[in-house]
Every structure is written in structure tokens, then in C-alpha cells.
Design a protein around this ligand. Structure first.
Ligand code: GAL
Length: 638
């Protein structure tokens, strides 16, 4: 570990059955020994609460704590995460375990941070058992107060679903056809909250026993089942697990986007890349290895996007168990012949010289409005098009900005937007009055908004905002959508810009009636030929762009360029294709990260002379050569 520059270890994540071999016995000797060894070696510990995989003795004695799927299938022990989040037995026993661990190690000199559970919801995001049903009813009583209000919120007159007693209400289990959408939406909220209660239960024990030790739990990038905005409020440090597929050419973009989300979840505070591979995972159909340099490159990318720590799953490759073919820092074979080991050692050495990066932050002037509740509601079935997926629509706007080296944050639609100049709202289907007022105020104060189709359609009960689509934003955008014309897969439509540039739109089109907006582009083929496709409304303060289709990449980039130039946004640097440029800064210090995602060397124009933080060399104006998957971290002018 010292050779690799390891200074923090996550420990005992799946050790419950080792620590507590039965209900009344505890075995801490082995853990005492490891904690002691790490301490002597100068390595700190991110100690797990070990609650992610209950021991077989517990579920054997209490099979009712095992989770149940929507179709009634019970999931058994023998893998991991086999617990119903609402189970009182699980919660009591998890609480006991955390208490015992915190009492034993809360003042251990090696302890740096608590790691609660592990990847909450990863395998079992929701449980549909009778205990969960009870929990759901209690949650609904809290939310609605009366059964009449619940009936109204769920629109239960439709299909004779009216409830006359709380006891009749169950989770959205398997039904003959679509369960009530408002019920499904509430079940997603409830399930995220039920797991959050498990986290909170542990967090409370930890903050009572060790108020000065920071607490984290590892997130999973854009993980749909958990509303991480709510979760992140209860974490001292946001941490993330990131496993982009090395064989997917878009992985760098996706990893950048996940990093931006983590930074945003923490309100700009530094986050930790908690898990990544040195090389291969074991859980895809085909597990391509990382080519030389890619692990190092993606580690630097995390730093560039605001992480102050980079860790790996896992230290030593296991000999047995379901993950024995997952790569590790120490492989099955000798380290000397492992390229991944050498890359880890190199990274560890380089990171020792990068402390100064921790004094800086990554900042964005553009933000994407992102709301888990809207994502859940958007992707419930029975829509004009089930091909409209939230992450695809976010990526459609993120991609051109990533390619242009424009840094992007994510923000909840009701969050303070005053620090941004440009706000993007990709298919923001569900909006509350609060969010609507927030977006309007942002434009009134001079901000630029770019909204895309199927935004502002429903309220937080998944009821249509009546009065023509998108009712909340008709004034803001200066238009009304008469009806949706979604496009079948493989069918696209011409989109003609005012200057003659012809593009294609896919996935979606719609019949737009403009009241007071400039038409940036019109549909050029199909039923809607000649009608507006992309518009912009000038306000006294800022402006509001709208796209009624999903234009091809070049056309989207064009609209974003227009929006950026209205908002006065400039890129971090101009770089050749495939080279990512990101700046971190603070108090007159500026650090430029240049990341070559290509598998050939490139030359990058440098405008500001600087010093390489990796090897101390001077970097002059002119062209800087970056090797294939090479990295430069430059101190600019200080
Ligand atoms: C994560 C998990 C680790 C390990 C890893 C494999 O989901 O936290 O325990 O399973 O994936 O890639």
C-alpha cells in the first residue's frame, strides 16, 4: 500500500457475519489487528458499518425481513443486500451492529471516516412485502392526511380505484395492466425515503458517538431509484462509484457527467471517487480490460471535475466468491508483471505532488435542471412516446458542452440559480409551482434558459397542468404546444434554420403555435413542415430558448452556441477533438487539466504559460504534446 501511495482504505464493508457470528457473539480480533496494522503503516481508514449484507443467521431466524419483488417473489440470502428496507428486525439489528462498531473504533487513531452500508438500493431498490405496505401507508398518511386527499392526488375515480380505507392500499404490485401512475410515483418516493431512513438510523448512532468523524455512503452516479438530492443533504462527504465501460466510446463523457453530478450534489464541495477499477469488472457480458493509461486518465478526470480523492474497488483480487474475476490493485498473479499495478503506483506517486489541487474548486456557469421525481414520472409507462428517456435527453444537451469544454453543474429545479448564466431544462416533465417561479425569476434577472420538449407537463401528483402545453412555461417561452407528434424509431424530420442550415430531428416533433417568440428553425418535412421547431423569446432580462424536437448533434451544438453566446459563456480552452479541458480555481490560483481521451498523441495549443504539476516542467505558449491517453495538469501564471 505504501508503494502505491495508498493513504485511505475502505474496510469491512461486507463483514457483518464475521464481526457477529451469531446474535450474541462478537469477533473484533481480526479487525483490531488490521486497523492496527494500517495505523502503523500510516494508512487511514474509511470504516464501514457493515450493514449491507445481513448474516444468514439473521434472515434464517426472521425470513420476513427478506425483500419481495412486485410479483411476489421473495429474494433469499446467499448473495448480498437481502433485506427489506422497512423491516423492523433489520433496522434494529443494523442499529446494534453500528453501535458496537462505533463504540469499538470510534476513537481509533486510524479512523478517518464512516462508510454507511454500501451502494444503498443497488440490488434491491424497493420491496413490495406486507411490512413495506404498512410503511407505505404510514408514509401516505403523513403526506396526505386524509383518504379523500389521497384519492384526489391519485385520481382514483379513474378505473374505479377509489379507496375507502387505508388498509386497502398496497404497493404497486404486479397488476393486470398499468398500476395507477400517481401511486407508482409515490412508491418511488417512499422507497427512496425508506432506504434513506436506514441510512439516517445509522448516521444518528454515528453522530451521537463520534460527532467529529465525517460520514459518507457511496453513490452510483445517475442511479434512478434514489433521490440523491435528499440523500446528499445528510452526508458530510459525497462519494461515488464509477464503472464506465472501456469499450463504450462515450464513457469519458458519461464519467464527466457523473463527476459533475457529484460535485453538484455536494453544493460544490470536494467529493471522493470511492470505487473504480484498475482494470476489468466481472459483471458485464464481456468485460473488456482498461487499455494502458485509461485508469490514470479517468482518475485525473475525477480530480478535474472536483474530486479530491481517488480510490479503487478493490485492494486484492479475491480467490473465491462471485467477484473473483473482478480486477484489483493487487492481482491474482505477481504484481511485477501487472501493468495495472505499475499504473497504480505511478498514479500514487503523481498524486503525492498534487495537494495544491485541493485548494481549488471546479466552477460552472451553466447548469442542467435535474429532478429525480421528474425522471421517475417521465419514465412511467403509457406516454406519447416511451422512447423519451431522461438520461438520453440530458446527454443530448451535455454532450456538445462537454465537447466544447464548457463546465456544467446540475441543479434541482427549485434550487438557487443565481450563480448561473445559462440554465438547461431537458424534458423536465414534472414541475411544481415553486420550480416554475424559480425558472421565471432566473430569466427575469437576466438569465438564459434552454428548455426542451415535454417539459412542464404535470404537477407533483402527475396530473396534467391544464390550459395547453406546457402551461407553466407558455409565457416564458412565448408559445403553446397544440399537440405532440412523437416520431417512430428510425423516422426523422427535417429541421431548417433561418440561415438555411438544414438538420434532422428525431424522436419527437410537435405542433407549436408561437405567440411572441423568434423562430430559430422550422420543421422542413412531414405533417408539420413549415411550422416552428426551435424558438427563442427575448425578455427584458434574459431569454428563453425552446426545442420542440431532438435535433442531431450538430444542430443541438448550434443552438447551445447561440444560448452560450447570449449568456456570455466561454469554454475553458479550445482543444483538438477528443481532448477535454477543465479548469479548477480559487483565490487567484488557476489549474488547467488537459485530458487526451484519444489513443494517439495530440498537440494542444497553450495560450498561458504555466508549470506542470505532475513533473514540475515549464510549459510555454505554443503546442503541448500529450501522449495517447496522456494528461497535463498546469499551474497557470502563479
Ligand atoms: C460495486 C460494489 C462493490 C463491488 C463492485 C464491483 O457495486 O460496491 O462491492 O461489487 O461494485 O464492480
Amino acid at each position: 500500500m505504501q508503494e502505491a501511495g495508498v493513504n485511505l482504505v475502505s474496510l469491512a464493508i461486507f463483514a457483518w457475519s464475521r464481526i457477529q457470528p451469531d446474535h450474541d457473539s462478537w469477533d473484533f480480533d481480526w479487525l483490531d489487528r488490521i486497523m492496527g496494522m494500517l495505523h502503523e503503516g500510516g494508512v487511514r481508514v474509511n470504516l464501514a458499518t457493515a450493514t449491507a449484507s445481513p448474516p444468514p443467521w439473521l434472515s434464517h431466524a426472521h425470513p420476513e425481513m427478506l425483500p419481495v419483488l412486485a410479483d411476489g417473489t421473495r429474494l433469499w440470502h446467499g448473495a448480498r443486500q437481502h433485506y427489506c428496507p422497512s423491516s423492523p428486525v433489520y433496522r434494529v439489528e443494523a442499529g446494534r451492529l453500528v453501535e458496537a462498531i462505533a463504540e469499538r473504533y470510534g476513537h481509533h487513531p486510524a479512523l478517518a471516516m464512516w462508510h454507511v452500508g454500501n451502494e444503498f438500493g443497488c440490488h434491491v431498490p424497493a420491496c413490495y412485502c406486507d411490512v413495506s405496505a404498512q410503511g407505505f401507508r404510514a408514509w401516505l398518511k403523513e403526506r396526505y392526511g386524509s383518504i379523500d386527499d389521497l384519492n384526489r392526488a391519485w385520481g382514483t375515480d379513474f378505473w374505479s380505484q377509489r379507496y375507502s380505507d387505508w388498509e386497502e392500499i398496497i404497493p404497486p404490485r404486479r397488476t393486470p395492466t398499468w398500476p395507477n401512475p400517481s401511486q407508482q410515483l409515490d412508491y418511488m418516493r417512499f422507497s427512496s425515503d425508506a432506504l434513506l431512513e436506514c441510512y439516517e438510523l445509522e448516521h444518528k448512532v454515528l453522530s451521537r458517538l463520534t460527532p467529529d468523524i465525517p460520514v459518507t455512503t457511496n453513490f452510483m452516479s445517475f442511479f434512478k431509484p434514489l433521490d440523491y438530492w435528499k440523500w446528499a443533504k445528510n452526508e458530510d462527504v459525497v462519494s461515488n462509484d464509477s464503472y464506465p465501460d472501456p469499450s463504450d466510446p462515450e464513457s469519458s463523457m458519461k464519467a464527466a457527467m457523473a463527476g459533475d453530478l457529484m460535485r453538484s450534489l455536494g453544493g460544490g464541495r470536494p467529493w471522493i471517487l470511492m470505487e473504480q477499477t484498475t482494470n476489468r469488472v466481472n459483471w458485464r457480458e464481456v468485460n473488456a480490460p482498461k487499455p494502458p493509461g485509461l485508469m490514470r486518465l479517468w482518475s485525473y478526470q475525477a480530480l478535474a471535475r472536483g474530486a479530491d480523492g481517488v480510490m479503487f474497488f478493490q485492494w486484492r483480487q479475491s480467490r473465491a466468491g462471485a467477484e473473483k474475476f473482478h480486477s484489483a490493485m493487487v492481482p491474482h498473479g505477481p504484481v511485477a508483471s501487472s501493468p495495472a499495478w505499475h499504473e497504480v503506483v505511478r498514479l500514487g506517486k503523481e498524486f503525492r505532488g498534487l495537494d495544491v489541487v485541493g485548494d481549488t474548486r471546479a466552477h460552472a456557469e451553466v447548469t442542467i435542471l435535474f429532478d429525480w421525481e421528474s425522471w421517475w414520472a417521465l419514465e412511467l409507462p403509457s406516454k406519447p412516446s416511451s422512447a423519451v428517456r431522461q438520461i438520453d435527453q440530458i446527454e443530448a444537451l451535455y454532450r456538445p458542452l462537454y465537447d466544447a469544454n464548457v463546465m456544467v453543474d446540475f441543479a434541482h429545479p427549485a434550487a438557487d440559480l443565481s450563480r448561473y448564466r445559462l440554465v438547461l431544462a431537458p424534458s423536465l416533465y414534472l414541475v411544481t409551482d415553486e420550480a416554475t417561479a424559480n425558472i421565471e425569476a432566473f430569466v427575469a434577472a437576466g438569465g438564459v434558459v434552454l428548455m426542451t420538449f415535454f417539459s412542464g407537463i404535470v404537477d407533483d401528483r402527475d396530473h396534467i397542468h391544464l390550459g395547453g402545453y406546457p402551461k407553466p412555461f407558455q409565457d416564458l417561452l412565448g408559445l403553446r404546444v397544440v399537440d405532440f407528434h412523437p416520431l417512430p424509431s428510425g423516422q426523422d424530420v427535417g429541421v431548417l434554420f433561418a440561415d438555411g442550415f438544414l438538420a434532422r430531428g428525431s424522436l419527437w416533433s410537435e405542433n407549436i403555435e408561437v405567440n411572441d417568440a423568434e423562430v430559430v428553425a422550422t420543421f422542413a418535412s412531414g405533417d408539420l413542415a413549415g411550422r416552428p421547431a426551435i424558438t427563442a423569446r427575448q425578455h427584458e432580462g434574459g431569454s428563453a430558448f425552446y426545442m420542440g424536437t431532438c435535433p442531431d448533434g450538430m444542430a443541438t451544438a448550434r443552438v447551445l452556441q447561440l444560448a452560450c453566446s447570449r449568456a456570455g459563456i466561454t469554454p475553458a480552452a479550445e482543444t483538438p477533438q477528443g481532448v477535454e479541458a477543465v479548469r479548477r480555481g480559487a483565490k487567484g490560483k488557476s489549474i488547467l487539466f488537459l485530458l487526451n481521451h484519444r489513443d494517439v498523441a495530440v498537440e494542444v495549443p497553450i495560450n498561458e504559460p504555466g508549470t506542470s504539476l505532475i513533473d514540475g516542467s515549464d510549459v510555454h505558449r505554443g503546442l503541448l504534446r500529450l501522449e495517447a491517453r496522456g494528461v497535463a495538469v498546469l499551474r497557470e501564471g502563479w
